[in-house]
Design a protein around this ligand. Structure first.
Ligand code: ADP
Ligand code: MG
Length: 694
């Protein structure tokens, strides 16, 4: 039988070679991927709000004809402003967009449109600012986009909602009956889950909200189930392996604890105990260490590295950026320069090194002269071989995938692995999401940290923000000013940071010492600037998000985040974690004007708490886990609609079934279980590669 995963979307009605490219940008190449491309939300257009009854302050959908349109350039902000008046026979709504001059051609008088946005009242007139809009053309648009519950998809430029709806509808009609149900029929019956054809049909085009809920439940169960099976299989395979046994005496632990000028926190000591037990055990350690920014994870990792060294083995720490790797390296060198660990030889390995230097380090690692190496991805290149690696650390887990984690572990013979993340996950979720890891938590910050105050300003009030910065600098503090980089228009965004930097030098911050760092700078150059900032030779550092992870400058207590609405919640939290590290009160000044509900929710969350766990919880609720952790990571990407936060009950059922299955048939050899194995192969190729290697 032909597989839908083998049929190119080119064979779907309406998709030619040009559109095919656009679909690829959405990650869709096959019929199967198109059918599994789910709406991000729905609009109930069965009974649209008449404009005359639109409620100010609410997010609503209206529909009508464009009565008049007009475009102009604002003399004040220099932005292009485009406004149309939509009339539905009973009332009128003004809709305005900024910087989209091409709309003038699309939304001409007489065009039928649907707009979704927040209703405002301005000078006695109803208005929406930058609403989502759709143009309704023929009868097919009417049937798929009006008078029904309508799916709203994530889009890319060149693909519209109504086009995508038509294509998906056509695809379901033609290929839907060939969808193969991967979920065992026993489970479907047991939990009253609809078959896959019906579920896919109604998750795209539900007749009622109940039908949408029902199909969501079915598909979520499916996603959770296979995810859990894969996680459990991985776990089992790691537990079966023969790892390295370290010996660690009480005296050695005490030596370690007394090697620092400060007392370790209770939480740090607790985690050190957990790591010690793991390292003494022949089962390879695979432990996730969660701790908020600044909670002191590095020392805990260092404990493992020193233990490896004292047992005659090597260790390594892999960081996501070169700046961060260098910083870890400098800190670790400082901590090991004197005292009991001074005979430990620590090296730095980053890709920017000269060929000769690199070769020497490779050799020293291979011969065992280097005891501990700190680095970036450079650590997982093929040419690098250790003499005997027994302890590997991956910092900032959410920047790396399962695959990279595994590659690092393969540098030794089942070494103990510690994964560190500053993006904490609510405890209730950890087990189910990271079922293949043990989890430690540092839930306590070292004493004496300054508080951080966070405030939000509109663009119009940014001069107040710059004045505050100036004041703080006069008091002797240092400040960051951060600009967003968004992938699609990296160049434009970069230009914003550069332009503002020059502008600041001539205006607001004239006479102060300013510096600029961004991701496209040569490593050496940005390192010099970071070093100067650290040394207090720069007052104000203008930066793109390169400093998101891990820069540690105690005197920098002010951070301005421009276009704050464009940052993710976890990102904002990480950024803010850079300040309030010393004894001074931190000041985090957000400049932003959120345009979406989600944006408002994000900024509300960051203003209301500094607790990383609470922020993570908010983030999961707002965006769902796939986005939260980044794409193509953890296999979580396979959770397309399933949300562990809002569907914890379904997750628990699926997990229970997955545990039953894998305890009865751990190799998935019997009958229908072979099909389950095939499905796991298909959905989680890297997971399974690791299992089979082990
Ligand atoms: P993170 O968890 O963000 O990686 P770090 O390990 O970089 O945090 O620690 C942040 C700073 O706090 C470092 O300068 C470190 O030396 C310091 N630190 C760590 N533990 C303690 C402690 N128990 N008491 C005081 N300072 C500490
Ligand atoms: Mg860190």
């Amino acid at each position: 039988m032909r597989q839908l995963s083998d049929i190119s979307i080119q064979y779907v009605k309406g998709v030619g070679p040009a559109k095919k490219k656009l679909f690829e940008q959405l990650g869709i190449e096959t019929v199967e991927e198109l059918l599994y491309f789910f709406p991000r939300r729905y609009e109930d257009r069965r009974h649209l709000t008449p404009i005359a009854q639109a409620k100010v302050g609410e997010w609503q959908t209206i529909s009508g004809k464009v009565l008049t349109q007009g475009g102009r350039r604002s003399w004040y902000t220099k932005k292009h402003v485009f406004e149309v008046l939509v009339d539905d026979g009973g009332g009128r709504m003004s809709c305005t967009w900024f910087n989209q001059p091409y709309l003038e051609k699309q939304l001409r008088a007489g065009t039928k449109v649907v707009c979704y946005g927040k209703v405002d009242m301005y000078k006695n007139r109803l208005q929406m600012i930058a609403p989502e809009y759709e143009i309704i053309l023929g009868p097919e648009d009417e049937s798929l986009s009006l008078k029904r519950i309508v799916p709203i998809y994530p889009l890319t430029r060149g693909i519209t909602q109504r086009f995508l709806r038509r294509v998906i509808k056509g695809c379901i009609d033609k290929y839907g009956s060939e969808l193969q149900d991967e979920l065992p029929v026993l489970l479907r019956n047991k939990y009253h889950l609809a078959n896959i054809h019906r579920s896919i049909d109604s998750i795209h085009f539900p007749e009622t909200p109940e039908e949408q809920q029902e199909s969501l439940r079915r598909i979520s169960f499916d996603e959770f189930y296979f995810f859990q099976v894969s996680v459990i299989l991985r776990r089992l395979s790691i537990k079966r392996r023969q790892g390295i046994v370290h010996t660690i005496s009480d005296a050695k632990v005490l030596d370690f604890l007394s090697a620092f000028p400060f007392e370790l926190t209770g939480a740090q000591k607790k985690v050190i105990r957990e790591i010690r037990l793991d390292m003494q055990n022949p089962v390879p350690m695979l432990r996730l260490l969660q701790g908020d920014v600044g909670s002191g994870k590095t020392i805990v990792a260092l404990f493992g590295c020193i233990t490896a060294f004292e047992n005659g083995y090597q260790s390594c720490v892999m960081a996501p950026t070169e700046i961060l790797a260098r910083q870890h390296y400098t800190n670790i060198q400082k901590m090991t320069a004197s005292g009991p660990f001074k005979s430990m030889n620590v090296a730095l390995l980053v890709s920017g090194l000269k060929k000769q230097e690199k070769e020497k380090i490779y050799n020293d690692i291979k011969e065992g002269h280097v005891h501990m190496v700190v680095g970036t991805h450079a650590l997982i290149t093929e040419n690098l071989a250790f003499k005997h690696l027994s302890f590997a650390v991956v910092d900032e887990q959410h920047k790396f995938g399962v695959r990279q984690r595994a590659l690092l572990a393969e540098k030794g013979s089942n070494p103990d692995v510690l994964i560190m993340t500053a993006t904490p996950i609510p405890r209730s979720l950890c087990l189910t999401l990271y079922g293949d890891l043990d989890v430690s938590v540092i839930d306590e910050l070292p004493p004496g940290r300054g508080e951080v105050k966070t405030m939000l300003y509109t663009m119009e009030r940014s001069s107040e923000v710059y004045n505050l910065v100036k004041e703080k600098v006069k008091e002797g503090r240092q400040a960051y000013i951060v600009y967003p980089i968004i992938e699609e228009s990296e160049k434009l965004d970069l230009k914003a940071a550069q332009d503002m930097f020059h502008h600041f030098q001539k205006n607001e911050f004239k006479g102060l010492r300013t510096g600029l760092v961004h991701g496209q700078m040569k490593q050496k150059e940005s390192q010099e600037i970071m070093d100067a900032f650290k040394a207090g030779e720069i007052d104000i550092l203008v930066a793109t998000t390169v400093l998101e992870v891990g820069v540690d400058v105690a005197n920098a207590s002010v951070m301005v985040i421009e276009h704050a609405e464009r940052f993710g919640l976890a990102q904002l939290h990480q950024l803010r974690g850079r300040i309030g590290r010393g004894k001074h009160e931190g000041l985090c000044l957000l400049i932003g004007e959120p345009q979406t509900q989600e944006g408002v929710a994000r900024l509300d969350a960051i203003l209301s708490t500094t607790d990383g766990f609470k922020i993570a919880q908010h983030d999961l609720e707002i965006r769902g886990p796939g986005h939260f952790f980044g794409r193509h990571q953890h296999g979580l990407n396979e959770l397309k609609v399933a949300n562990p936060v809002t569907q914890l009950d379904i997750l628990k059922l699926a997990r229970k079934e997955a545990i039953d299955l894998t305890s009865q048939d751990p190799k998935l050899e019997n009958g229908f279980n072979q099909n389950i194995k095939k499905t796991i192969h298909k959905r989680y190729p890297t997971y399974l590669a690791n299992i089979e290697a082990g």
